[in-house]
Design a protein around this ligand. Sequence first.
Ligand code: PAF
Length: 278
Amino acid sequence: MQIHPTIDGLRAALAANPNARVALVPTMGNLHDGHISLMRQAREHADVVVASIFINRLQFGPNEDFDKYPRTFEADCARLEEAGVDHLFAPLEAEMYPTPQHYHVEPNPAHTDMLDGAARPGHFRGMATVVLKLFNIVRPQVAVFGKKDYQQLMIISNMVNEFALPIEIIRGETCRADDGLALSSRNGYLSAEERVEAPRLQRQLRRIRERIAAGERDRLRLETEAVAELAAHGWQPDYVSIRRRSDLQVPAAHDDSPLVVLAAARLGKTRLIDNLEI
Ligand code: PAF
């Protein structure tokens, strides 16, 4: 695997193989099996796989975990190498943002002022800005993002459509630990006791899916019960919400569009998110 700290270096390396179909998998590092499964999916869709590792300050709020976000570069490189990734783009901040970033992608507020966007103002603007910049740097034909960050994936898909970017977006399934907890770089913040409690979030989502499959129509009741159940076990829930998959809007009573249930809740100091298509 070639490691490129600069845009010019990466572009020169990719130019050596101009007809190759290139897949990009953007990450912020601290890679786990979920990321590696995205790399493997990228390989199925492309001749050349490029991963990026960049902890994007623009998508962190002032009181969020930018400074303590885990930085595990050596271990990440070893995992990417083992997964058969061809190129790693790993710029320093001075390379990505040599001047302050004055131009930003402003996603549709109907897609950002809710769910995770409501709790993290500016997060999706910073995320979409860096993703567009990475797309411009790498010029991939394919990009792979995990469904674990469902709202992020929806916003990226809409950005690609509205800017007519010639990029196919592949949606990677969420990888889970044996007890159901969705893999996340932030799981490492959990204490041993919290780690035992953490799968409750996924269990609540599964319960909602089962109740809907069994004919329950009162979505608000299901959401409220799940929030109460989490709170009763020491969580601070942000939301548990049943939405349309396509645009994450609240479905009308007789809307039979495909649905997804999404949740975010704080366990101790760690904010966990998860979702399940229903
Ligand atoms: O999902 C992430 O890790 C980040 O939001 C991304 C897409 C790499 C942009 O910084």
